[in-house]
Write a protein that binds this ligand. Sequence first.
Ligand SMILES: C[S@@+](CC[C@H](N)C(=O)[O-])C[C@H]1O[C@@H](n2cnc3c(N)ncnc32)[C@H](O)[C@@H]1O
Length: 215
Amino acid sequence: MPCNCCEMENNTFGEDEAKANLKDYRKHGPAKQTKLILEAVRSLGLKNAALLDIGGGIGTIHHELLKDVASEATHVDASSAYLKIATEEAKRLGHSEQVKFIHADFTDVADELPQVDVVTLDRVVCCYPNMRELLKAASAKSRTAVVMTYPRDVWWTRVVVKIGNWFQRLRKDPFRVFVHPVNEMEALLKDEGLKRISTRRLFVWEMSLYQRNLE
Ligand SMILES: C[S@@+](CC[C@H](N)C(=O)[O-])C[C@H]1O[C@@H](n2cnc3c(N)ncnc32)[C@H](O)[C@@H]1O
């Protein structure tokens, strides 16, 4: 299936949105769904962990986890605008040496990346048509856990997304949002040796923590 990451970069995750996200983060801290990811990662009790944040946007997850849980992070993002803002913020926070930034569709570069302790995907699977390829590649990089947020798999999120995608088509913007079935994501991750440990829900977003089976 073709990736629409280039269109994402140009039309959807551009400079204005990145700047607005940074302003919001500096003023209010991490967004509610991102806080759920941060709490889930912290619940693992890791120290000096290596992180991989796929589609990390302005880099909130590594900005926060490098304070206590992590000692290094890799941030792969299809949006150069987001990566630019994330790089500047990491520098401001004194994290430049600890974060590696990669501008790419993660599925294109996954084979070249080392394994890490925790892989995070905050509101990313819903931007990507080929959920199976994305999650398979993500889980292969995780020694301990995969933590992600995605839209709740309920009838009304599917209706809202359908209407939103219809407007996208009218605007001739190829970016689409996807509500991937949660049971399919769980079955795929189970096949990859990851077990769902916890799930928390907000109005729109759901967070699940998947941990590698230890036995
Ligand atoms: C909705 S934004 C979320 C950004 C950030 N994680 C957050 O929650 O604020 C989706 C991000 O995922 C990135 N993205 C989507 N699919 C990707 C892929 N296959 N590889 C790398 N980045 C991807 C986009 O470029 C964008 O930065």
